[in-house]
Design a protein around this ligand. Structure first.
Ligand code: RIB
Ligand code: CA
Length: 334
């Protein structure tokens, strides 16, 4: 049987501890080829996001193009990064950092997305796990983009599960609701991995200790340190998570749905985003096939594939087996 080539991915991220989990999952998985990493504000300022991505890749022995992206929302006021969740540095306040090479490529993240997708039409998957400004700006640069990407997978939003920044809004969407609505109405093949599924998968801190002990490598040691800080927040603020002393792996599920779609139950429907008021950042899904008098729900609004259920134990097993693979290279530290 001819092996299928790895899926070419541009990873759009605001690392962020669960972003770091997702990055390492992608680097470890044989079916994923990360061809570029675009960064955005969100969990940290965008400059810190780029520094974190370069650092994490260097620790893992990888050199991948990294660009600086959106530093603020398209229209709404920027919020302060949630240092209480991810640490002021975005990686759990690392006590020290090794000297590592690498700097962001020139050019914006939006331009990198456009150039890379145009160079390989039909081949690039965008996996976005932060606020969606880079994808929205890329759509402004290249309105034909939705016809050129293979698919878009985003971690964000929530339909049935309560939000995490308001009763109805999830952080990535809330941080830039105008950008998110542009992404949900662009017409590209789009899968939404929201809190409906990420809140079903609690990753124990002990899992990352096992992975670190197995590899005895600075990359997984660093990931474990970051997850310790991140798990402390979730274990203190969420009774369910506190029971296992763990955390939500949010972003890593955006890659698991790519590698193991059979673990998810999806529903197709129009998704729009509330951009202001009390519901700001709400991902509103049309789940019944009816015609509404309210504008904004008419026929030419495209559908999104929304993840509503996940086989949580199997998902955890896939994350574990992937991170336990022999994927780490000699750190690029000086
Ligand atoms: O709501 C969770 C999302 O917001 C995750 O992507 C996390 O990294 C933060 O960006
Ligand atoms: Ca994120």
């Amino acid at each position: 049987m001819i092996p299928t080539p790895p899926r070419k991915v541009i990873f759009d991220t605001d690392p962020g501890v669960d972003d770091a989990m997702a990055l390492y999952y992608a680097l470890a998985h044989p079916c994923i080829d990360v061809v570029g990493i675009t960064t955005t504000f969100g969990n940290v300022f965008v400059e810190q996001a780029a520094a974190n991505v370069l650092y994490l890749c260097a620790l893992a022995g990888r050199s991948i193009p990294v660009t600086l992206g959106a530093s603020h929302p398209l229209f709404k006021n920027a919020e302060s990064p949630p240092a209480f969740i991810h640490g002021a540095d975005g990686l759990g306040n690392l006590p020290r950092r090794s000297n590592t090479p690498g700097r962001p490529d020139p050019g914006s993240s939006a331009q990198f997305i456009v150039d890379t997708v145009r160079a390989s039409p039909g081949e690039i998957t965008l996996v976005a796990v932060g606020p969606l400004g880079n994808l929205a700006l890329a759509l402004q640069l290249a309105p034909e983009l939705p016809t050129l990407v293979r698919e878009v997978i985003l971690m964000g939003g929530t339909v049935l599960e309560s939000g995490n920044v308001s009763p109805v809004a999830e952080a990535n969407i809330w941080n830039d609701p105008h950008a998110a609505d542009a992404v949900f109405t662009a017409g590209w093949p789009l899968t939404m991995v929201g809190l409906d599924v990420t809140h079903q998968v609690i990753l124990p801190l002990s899992l990352f200790k096992t992975i670190a002990n197995h590899h005895q490598h600075v990359a997984t040691d660093t990931l474990y340190h970051a997850v310790q800080f991140y798990s402390a927040f979730y274990s203190q603020h969420d009774a369910l998570v506190g029971k296992v002393n763990g955390c939500y792996g949010h972003d890593v599920l955006a890659f698991v749905v790519l590698t193991n779609p059979e673990l998810f139950t999806l529903q197709s429907g129009r998704v729009r985003v509330a951009v202001d008021g009390l519901a700001q950042g709400q991902t509103m899904m049309q789940r019944k096939n009816v015609v509404y008098p309210q504008h904004g729900w008419h026929d030419d609004i495209p559908h999104t594939q929304v993840c509503l259920q996940v086989q949580a134990d199997a998902c955890k097993a896939v994350v574990t087996s992937t991170l336990m693979r022999d994927w780490l290279q000699t750190p690029l530290t000086s």
